[in-house]
Design a protein around this ligand. Structure first.
Ligand SMILES: O=C(O)CCC(=O)C(=O)O
Ligand SMILES: [Fe+2]
Length: 359
């Protein structure tokens, strides 16, 4: 049948173009070329092309097991120039000064590196709105609000292990909390677009000496409420992530709210110093089996004092899985704090139980 072109609506034409694009990406993936399939959709797509954004997540998850990863190289942890040796606390650089030398000397020499002004204010605003939207969509989905399951802002991919949204241990979801980024295809699209724009994949490829990946379970967007009087657990992410001596990580934590220090929203309480050891958990006053007891933290703090850096919205902190920290708490916080936590892994050491996500 011949269709008069003028009768085809703009929307039909777009849908058609998209299905061709998705088909092309499928063919590349079926031929084993996941990188090209991902690039094709990344470059041709936009965050609000929801089916495309969702397909991209599925490709990114499947890609990890289909791609070849090198054997972990021997040069780890890499040497650094100790340029921050004289700095008290966490060293800081402006976003424009961030490079692999600063990242190595910061994480490996001092336990972390603060990057001032990494995210621009327009994007910060958009990300905070996104987080509200995603948390609300999850509440609606858990409450089985009609139509909630077709809200593209909270949609779990069938490739994600973990099943559909449910109450967590009998606790109802609220508009406070953390959400896996991959549970929101438009957020995932925007975040990866942003990381590329500011050169994070290249920076971390130099840092790891190989390509970085993200993961389903350790890449979250968050709105934390003031926790006046209720402390959260001191922890090292190395305790959960897998074999701490084998994995290679860099967490990019970005504040989307002014927080920490004397601000009115909770920041991070964090021990610097760059010790590369996993501390005992579940003892010495620890409330949980995964947390480090306050008594032990006090002991560690005698050599490496606990810090609570002041972050402006858009500032970031890089650290890795040996860092000891917790969500900050103070008695005078009045505001919610929004943040993005992105744990990157050296591709060859990414723990499968975190479900690696190819970027
Ligand atoms: O955002 C927070 O309060 C917790 C962050 C954290 O534990 C992490 O990034 O590993
Ligand atoms: Fe953590």
């Amino acid at each position: 049948m011949v269709i008069d072109g003028s009768l085809v609506s703009v929307q039909d034409a777009e849908t058609h173009a998209n299905s061709e694009l998705l088909e092309q990406a499928n063919q590349l993936a079926n031929g084993g070329d996941y990188r090209s399939a991902i690039s094709l959709l990344e470059q041709a797509g936009t965050y609000d092309d929801y089916p495309l954004a969702q397909r991209l997540i599925e490709l990114r998850i499947h890609a990890y097991s289909k791609m070849q990863w090198p054997e972990p190289h021997d040069n780890w942890p890499p040497a650094h120039d100790n340029r921050f040796a004289d700095v008290n606390g966490f060293p800081e650089v402006a976003a424009g000064e961030l490079d692999v030398g600063a990242l190595k000397a910061g994480i490996l020499g001092k336990g972390g590196l603060i990057v001032r002004g990494l995210m621009d204010s327009e994007r910060i605003e958009k990300m905070r709105e996104n987080i509200d939207r995603v948390l609300q969509a999850r509440v609606d989905s858990a409450n089985e609000v009609p139509g909630a399951d077709s809200n593209p802002w909270y949609r779990r991919s069938p490739s994600v292990q973990g099943g559909p949204v449910q109450f967590r241990g009998g606790v109802r979801y609220t508009t406070i909390g953390s959400v896996w980024s991959v549970d929101s295809p438009p957020v995932t699209f925007q975040l990866i677009e942003y990381y590329r724009k500011i050169g994070i994949p290249e920076l971390l490829t130099s840092y790891f000496g190989e390509a970085p990946v993200l993961s389903v379970r350790k890449w979250v967007v968050r709105c934390a409420a003031p926790n006046n009087g209720a402390s959260s657990g001191w922890h090292q992410d190395g305790y959960f992530l897998g074999d701490a001596s084998a994995i290679r990580t860099a967490n990019l934590w970005i504040a989307l709210t002014d927080c920490g220090g004397d601000a009115d929203a909770p920041g991070l309480e964090i021990v610097g110093g760059g010790e590369r050891t996993i501390y005992e958990t579940g003892t010495r006053g620890s409330p949980f089996n995964w947390t480090v007891g306050q008594e032990l933290v006090d002991e560690i703090a005698q050599t490496n004092p606990v810090q609570c850096p002041r972050f402006n919205a858009g500032d970031a902190l890089f650290f890795d899985h040996f860092n000891l920290h917790r969500t900050g708490f103070g008695l005078n916080h009045t505001k919610n704090r929004y943040a993005i936590e992105s744990w990157f892994f050296a591709g060859s050491t990414a723990p499968l139980k975190q479900q690696p996500v190819v970027i």
